[in-house]
Design a protein around this ligand. Sequence first.
Ligand SMILES: C[S@@+](CC[C@H](N)C(=O)[O-])C[C@H]1O[C@@H](n2cnc3c(N)ncnc32)[C@H](O)[C@@H]1O
Length: 267
Amino acid sequence: MAQDQASARTSSSRAPEDMPTSFGFTTVAEGQKQGMVNDVFHKVAERYDLMNDLMSGGLHRVWKDAMVSVLAPPKTPAREWTLLDVAGGTGDISTKVVRRSNNAVKAVVCDINNSMLNVGQDRADKAGLSELIRFSQGNAEDLPFPDKTFDAYTIAFGIRNVPDIPKALREAHRVLKRGGRFLCLEFSEVDVPLLDKVYDAFSFKAIPPMGQVITGDGEPYRYLVESIRKFPHQERFAEMIREAGFERVTYRNYTGGIAALHSGWKF
Ligand SMILES: C[S@@+](CC[C@H](N)C(=O)[O-])C[C@H]1O[C@@H](n2cnc3c(N)ncnc32)[C@H](O)[C@@H]1O
């Protein structure tokens, strides 16, 4: 007990960037994590979408479509309606949201990594969506947008990469208008017996070698798999969303909890 108190005192005197955080199963200083995460996504950007399909057997598309259905973007908005998709990478969610609205809404993809954004911008240009989807480099912890700008905020498979998650959640709350919706899709904790064992075996034994073959480097995929296991349980994450100021916070599991969609509102 005395030892616990002593170590708590030691850690609280550290600067935030020196505080320990997880990079997959490795403990690193919080200030180191973002650079390591950025290396991962610079390396995988070109093959990111292909690997997503292989790693999830295409399920990530089903989960993302489900997220867009829950969001239900308006097809005839009374005024301009804009989504902010943070950690939006290659623009999957924004593309789906704009298309679901029959091109009636706009989206801003915000990501810290320009390699991911460049792939997304090319794709939006080819799809003829560059008038409706804007790509903006920025950090989820310190969003480059004024207060109360957006009608909805989405983040898909992004929040677990952010070093200071509570800070990112407070930023989400800040940039949303009153009545705005927050939706977060993330890999989560599997709560189906046997499925958890199969999923663990597949994740740790198959995904890094698959990454090695497709992208020439298995390490980024080892990080991705490990970071999923370090992410808070669905209930705890719902609590963190409430702590950031959101109301009516709920979540639903997809595929036995392999992924979960958390929802909250800013009133
Ligand atoms: C697994 S990808 C998800 C991309 C996309 N949302 C999707 O579902 O396909 C994670 C993304 O988070 C981005 N990211 C990591 N840390 C970030 C941060 N602090 N702020 C904004 N984006 C971040 C990475 O650059 C990467 O594009």
